[in-house]
Design a protein around this ligand. Structure first.
Ligand code: ATP
Length: 220
């Protein structure tokens, strides 16, 4: 009897963020993650930020443009601006449902978040249903190791965590994978603050995005 190997299909991922602005702390760890787990394609999803939350300094069109500039010429990335067209909050679960509905099949799909976002995941709308639709891939982020102290979240993580990246493309959803990605001490907050202070941001984000920020007079 021949045992067929488990079927595998290309793993794709979504990566949501405010991207105010997009920076190397987003791009480099995701590129490393793609190599680590065999990601074919990563779709960046700039968020609609509801009026009751702290508003981004750049408007939605500017945030989208910065994402487009940052990924130009990089075949790993694409951008999906659907959340920017919404007038209601961008609930990740609803975006995932919409993405799943658009596809006939149920290919392996992942959602990427940084380690800081993992710490507050239990506050997300219908967070426990996320794994019914996708895998969660967690990027390492300096300062956020071993800080998970919510028992409910800890137990959930232990139940669904896998350490073998191969499993991610063998199942359409349901796993959590903590990636061993490079830790870059970069945040959009720091970039905005440096700009406010007139400091140089050269190693923090792509040149094309810096030029756009300059031209638009952002973060002054
Ligand atoms: P801000 O400083 O304005 O809060 P940010 O730099 O954290 O912004 P976001 O657009 O809010 O960027 O982040 C989008 C996603 O990217 C989140 O899941 C976040 O955890 C992750 N992320 C952001 N910066 C890093 C980084 N340096 N390393 C790993 N993950 C990151």
């Amino acid at each position: 009897m021949v045992n067929n190997p488990p079927s595998t299909s290309a793993l794709q991922a979504l990566f949501g963020g405010t991207f105010d602005p997009i920076h190397y702390g987003h791009l480099r760890p995701v590129e490393a993650l793609a190599a680590e787990v065999g990601l074919d394609r990563v779709t960046l999803l700039p968020n609609h930020v509801p009026p009751h939350r702290r508003q981004p300094e750049a408007n939605p069109q500017q945030r989208l443009k910065m994402v487009e500039l940052a990924i130009t010429g990089n075949p790993l990335f694409t951008v999906d601006d659907r959340e920017l067209h919404r007038t209601t909050p961008s609930y990740t679960i609803e975006t995932l449902e919409a993405v799943r509905e658009e596809r006939d099949m149920m290919p392996p799909l992942a959602f990427i978040i940084g380690q800081d976002s993992l710490l507050t995941l239990h506050k997300w709308h219908r967070w426990q249903s996320l794994l019914d639709l996708c895998h969660l891939l967690i990027l390492a982020r300096p300062g956020y190791h071993d800080r998970l102290d919510t028992p409910e979240l800890q137990q959930w993580l232990e139940r669904h965590r896998v350490t073998d990246a191969m499993l991610l493309s063998q199942q359409p959803h349901g796993y959590i994978y903590l990636a061993d990605t490079p830790e870059l001490e970069i945040s959009a907050t720091e970039i905005r603050q440096r700009r406010h202070q007139g400091l140089n941001c050269d190693d923090l984000l792509p040149r094309s995005v810096q030029c756009y920020i300059e031209l638009q007079g952002l973060y002054r």
